[in-house]
Every structure is written in C-alpha cells, then in structure tokens.
Design a protein around this ligand. Structure first.
Ligand code: SAH
Length: 352
C-alpha cells in the first residue's frame, strides 16, 4: 500500500511539527508554515518564501495542502454574504459572513447536509451526505479570512451552518484546535459559538473539553411531544434530561448558555409555551434567542406575526429570562438560518 501523504490542512500544529521532524526538518519550520497557511491564506507550499528552496521542494514531494475551492459568492442587500465551496470530492457546502451583529460573524458548516432532520430546516431535508473533515471545517475559515481580508480583525465564529457539530464531534473539535493555534488564526474559545440540538452523550463529552466554546442549544419546544415532532432525532431524549445536562455544563464567570427557539406559528408560540419555557430555564444562566421562522417552500410551518413574536418575547422576559429576537439576515440570497442547502445536492437522484 502506498504511504498516506500528510495533508497540512488536517494537522494541528503539534502534528505538523511531528510530520516535519520525520523529514529531518526543524519544528520551527512547521510554525512558519502555519503562519503562511492561516495568516497569509496561502494554499501551496511553493509560495512559502522564508523556507529554503530545497525544503519547499522536499515538502512539495511529501505533503499536500487541500483547500475548499470557493466556487460562488453572493451578496445580500443587508451586507450578508454567502460562499459556496466545492470540496475535493465534488461535494458542496456553504458558509455565511454576517456583518455588524454588532461584531463580524462567520457562520460555517460541519457536515454536507445534516442527519437531524428538523422539520423546519432545509438542510435537514437533504439528509446527511457526509461529515466534513477537520481540515474542511477549518478551511472555510481560512478562505473566508483571506477573501474578506480579516487577518487583523476580530470576528466571531458560529457553528450554525450546515450540519450538527456534536454529530461530527472529533472533526469539529479538532478544527477548533487548529483555528486556535497562536501561530495561525488564534481564535479564542470566547469568540466561538457551537450550536447543537444537544445529543446527550456527546454533550457530556463537550462539557469536559479543555477548549470550550460558547454553547447554544437548539431547544425549540417546551414539551417532549412538540420537540420530538420538530426534531425527530431527539426522540430518545427527554427535555428534562437535556436541561439537567445544561445545568451541569461548566460556565465561566458571567457566561450563559444560549437557548435557540425557532418560533413557529401555532406550534410553540403560545402563552403556555412562554410560561413553560420560563419554568424550564429557571435558575439556569441562560439567554433565550428567539428565531422567527425563515419560511421556505417545502417547510410546512409559518412564521408568527411580529406582534406574536413580541408578545412571546415579552412573556418570556417578564418571567425573568434574558431574551432577544434574532434578525433574519441574508434572506434574499437564501443565507438565513435553515436556508443553507446546495442545489446540486438537493437535486441528486440518490436523495430524492
Ligand atoms: N445543528 C445545529 C446548527 C444548526 S443551524 C443546531 O441545530 O443547533 C442554527 C440554528 O438555526 C438552529 O437553532 C436551527 O434550529 C435554526 N434553524 C434551522 N432552520 C431554521 C429556519 N427555517 N428558520 C429559522 N431558524 C432555523
């Protein structure tokens, strides 16, 4: 069997150091390479001009550097931008840049499609095509930073694109470690938010990570019956167990867990829901983020009126919870929450 060629994009810095050592190369060259790849956005070893020509030739012959190919870019009237990437096997994913939230935010994908099948989400309709590798997850950020010239800017990173981070746990956490390397993009955990439906065993594992991002939990319901209907893959799990796991989740000083709650007209937006939500989250350091549904053809729910959204928000706030309403961004380019779906994937006959 031919030896596997190491791919720089899949390696944490310590792994790249070990890899270059096997070539008889000093580990500090690995740090130089990391700077080229993550800070300067270089996607070939050839251009790493502070490495000797001999070393570059040696690297060219022994390592690869895979980068998601940016194949389309759309801009919304509100400044949001959507990026389409083609991966090495031809699969496609999308990432979104949302300006002024008030921070700059990059929203990236962790899977091609998603296995969670939430009834109101277009990505869920695709089903899971495949997991992304750590390099493909981190690679989106690498290219976005280059395209947006964000090398020296602060930005937030949200894992809220296609896919469920806790369903692709190892690759997701590895990507975050890659992105955190000080020699690379140095993205600190405080600027990253991982959004999840809360798959319990993985959730407990996350709680024990040394590198812990902010947590957003997609709650969407206040009774098991409604939640199981909206998120079919949550059927083996009770809301009370999820909330108990959230109560155990380690939070730093002043940190809160965000609870995302998609508002669906007549499904989960009643006064009773608001009361139950207040009861469920009482005593938990939380903030509730209400997301009025982004409607789409094929999604069998509708968005409540602005009045109803405000009424629900007020009811939750008067129960003592911190609450905000998420603005839909990038609706005109299908970049808003739940709208990420890649046309080719949707039309592929194997998934019909
Ligand atoms: N799998 C992760 C990340 C998914 S997307 C999760 O479920 O949390 C991020 C958020 O967008 C989730 O809260 C998701 O439920 C929400 N979302 C999905 N479809 C939506 C839609 N059509 N309108 C509004 N929000 C939606």
């Amino acid at each position: 069997m031919a030896p596997i060629t190491p791919d720089i994009s899949e390696l944490e810095l310590t792994e790249l150091e070990a890899t270059v050592l096997t070539l008889g190369v000093e580990p500090f060259h690995a740090r130089q390479m990391y700077r080229w790849v993550y800070r300067k956005g270089l996607d070939h070893v050839n251009g790493m001009t502070n490495l000797s020509l001999r070393l570059r030739e040696q690297l060219e012959a022994t390592v690869t550097l895979t980068t998601p190919k940016l194949t389309a870019r759309k801009q919304s009237s509100d400044g949001t931008q959507k990026f389409l990437f083609t991966l090495a096997d031809g699969r496609e994913i999308e990432s979104v840049f949302i300006p002024d939230t008030p921070a700059m935010t990059l929203c990236i994908s962790v899977q091609v499609g998603c296995a969670m099948r939430c009834g109101f989400c277009l990505t869920g309709k695709m089903g899971l095509v495949r997991d992304l590798s750590a390099g493909e997850i981190a690679g989106q950020v690498r290219v976005l930073v280059r395209e947006l010239a964000f090398q020296d800017r602060h930005f937030n990173l949200v894992l809220m694109g296609m896919g469920e981070p806790l369903h692709n746990y190892d690759a997701t956490m590895k990507a975050l470690r890659i992105l955190a390397a000080p020699e690379g993009l140095a993205i600190s955990p405080g600027r990253v938010t991982l959004s999840t439906v809360g798959i319990l065993p993985a959730f407990e594992r996350l709680a024990n990570e040394p590198w812990l991002p902010n947590l957003a939990v997609s709650l969407h319901a206040t009774t098991d019956a409604v939640r199981h209907g909206l998120i079919p893959t949550s059927r083996k799990q009770r809301l009370t167990d999820l909330i108990a796991a959230c109560r155990r989740f380690p939070l730093k000083h002043r940190e809160r867990i965000t609870f995302e709650y998609v508002l669906l007209d007549g499904v989960n937006d009643s006064q009773d829901d608001a009361n139950r939500l207040v009861k469920l989250l009482r005593g938990l350091r939380s903030k509730v983020n209400l997301i009025p549904l982004n409607e789409a053809p094929g999604i069998p729910f509708s968005r409540p009126s602005d009045d109803q959204v405000n009424r629900f928000a007020r009811a939750v706030a008067s129960g003592g919870l911190m609450v905000s309403v998420r603005k839909s961004r990038g609706l005109d380019i299908q970049a808003a929450c739940g709208q990420l779906i890649v046309e080719n994937e949707r039309l592929s006959p194997s998934k019909v």
